[in-house]
Write a protein that binds this ligand. Structure first.
Ligand code: PMP
Length: 398
């Protein structure tokens, strides 16, 4: 009998399945709003100028490709810390933050989850309802039971604040709480500073371990503004985890550039934590790849390239913002039977559009417009060429 005869077919990834259906669609007017990628006005994934410059320099230097240290490029790790905690961060100065390069934000979550499993083997992990679908799977694969806390409130297109706090209070003490630091995926609905302060107090009271996931820093209101929650936690004196990613902000999806940062209580703790995180990395993939992190590190550590990147990041952020505003305006002009003003209040690449699964299906069948059945659309896939047809189609299916 074959070793594999009893292997069952795993369920298809719903979003990748959507891409396959989109690719097979022959209608020239088709639009893919199901993806989680930023496209420029021409409908392409940009290769940022700052990245091109750094790549040219790297190529010209004929740099050898030896193994990196287990924790990655030191100058990269330091640059990540400054982006997250701020240039003048006391935590950094006190040596209390451990940062290791990771294979994207996903890799950072996985390393963090594996390390936490050793520290808190019996903990429960709580994620927002809804959340990025990989959060549940990642923490489950590290061996944790995963449950939801209330988050999105469909009626108000906002946050169920009371429900969220109540659920966080009801978790067993020392639970691990995964929070989207900005640009919530999939809803686009973020917490404000008042919410963050209230959440922080519950986490402190219940001794929960915060795990902040920040995959879209710079896509919301700006690099510094989007780090507001991270900075608040940094000042709180709590210990916490941060997974961060440059996939979106550098448009380097396939290079897998992310980081795991862990805030500890002392320099001595930090050294011991780093040694254990390195063991986790060592037994997973030994050490991280060189290219992406060396590009990001060159850009962040060169004043000229950094300024160039910040401009380009600002352009991406502004383009998304203008697409949100255009969508709201056009739907109002078309006399849509619903007010879409909430779309302009959401942040990041995504919008929970409020469209039902039936409406999403009609968009796809009748108009070749692909969205996730939950109603999630990627606003960063809209542009001035396709937005008119998208809003007209939405107005028709309402
Ligand atoms: N966290 C969230 C909330 C995300 O949306 C994503 C990317 N879709 C990630 C983490 C992982 O990012 P990466 O592609 O860098 O692994």
């Amino acid at each position: 009998m074959s070793l594999f005869s009893a292997v069952e077919m795993a369920p298809r990834d719903p979003i990748l399945g959507l891409n396959e259906a989109f690719n097979a669609d022959t209608r020239p007017t088709k639009v893919n709003l199901g993806v989680g990628v930023y496209y420029n006005e021409e409908g392409r994934i940009p290769l940022l100028r700052a990245v091109q410059e750094a790549e040219k320099a790297r190529l010209a230097a004929n740099s050898p490709r030896g193994y990196l240290p287990i924790e990655g490029i030191a100058a990269y790790d330091t640059a990540v810390q400054k982006m997250l905690f701020g240039d003048g961060s006391a935590l950094i100065a006190e040596g209390r933050v451990v940062t290791t390069q990771a294979l994207g934000g996903t890799g950072a979550l996985k390393i963090g989850a594996d390390f936490l499993k050793r520290l808190l083997p019996d903990a429960v992990v709580a994620i927002s309802d809804p959340s990025w679908e990989n959060h549940r799977a990642l923490f489950q694969s590290a061996g944790f039971p995963v449950q939801n806390y209330r988050y999105y409130e469909a009626a108000s297109h906002g946050v169920n604040r009371a429900g969220m706090l109540e659920d966080l209070r009801a978790l067993p003490p020392r639970s691990i709480v995964v929070l989207h630091a900005c640009c919530h995926n999939p809803t686009g609905v973020d917490l404000d500073i008042v919410d963050w302060k209230a959440i922080l107090e519950v986490l402190r009271e219940r001794e929960h371990v915060p795990f902040l996931d920040i995959a879209y820093q710079g896509f919301g209101d700006g690099i510094e503004q989007d780090a507001e929650a991270v900075r608040l936690f940094a000042e709180s004196g709590l210990e916490f985890f941060v997974s961060s990613s440059f996939s979106k902000s550098f448009s380097l999806y396939g290079e897998r550039v992310g980081a795991l940062s862990i805030v500890t209580s002392s320099k001595d703790e930090a050294a011991r934590v780093l040694s254990q995180v390195k063991r986790v990395i060592r037994t997973n993939y030994s050490n991280p790849p060189t290219h992406g992190a060396s590009i990001v590190s060159s850009v962040l550590n060169s004043p000229e390239l950094r300024a160039m990147w910040e401009t380009e990041l600002g352009e991406m952020r502004e383009r998304i913002r203008s697409m949100r505003l255009a969508m709201v305006e056009q739907l109002a002009t078309l006399g849509a039977k619903r007010d879409f003003g909430f779309v302009a209040r959401q942040r990041g690449m995504f919008s929970y559009s409020g469209l039902s699964a039936d409406q999403v299906e009609r968009l796809r069948n009748e108009f070749g417009i692909y969205a996730v059945s939950t109603g999630r659309i990627c606003v960063a896939a809209l542009n001035n060429h396709n937005i008119g047809s998208v809003t007209q189609a939405i107005a028709q299916v309402l």
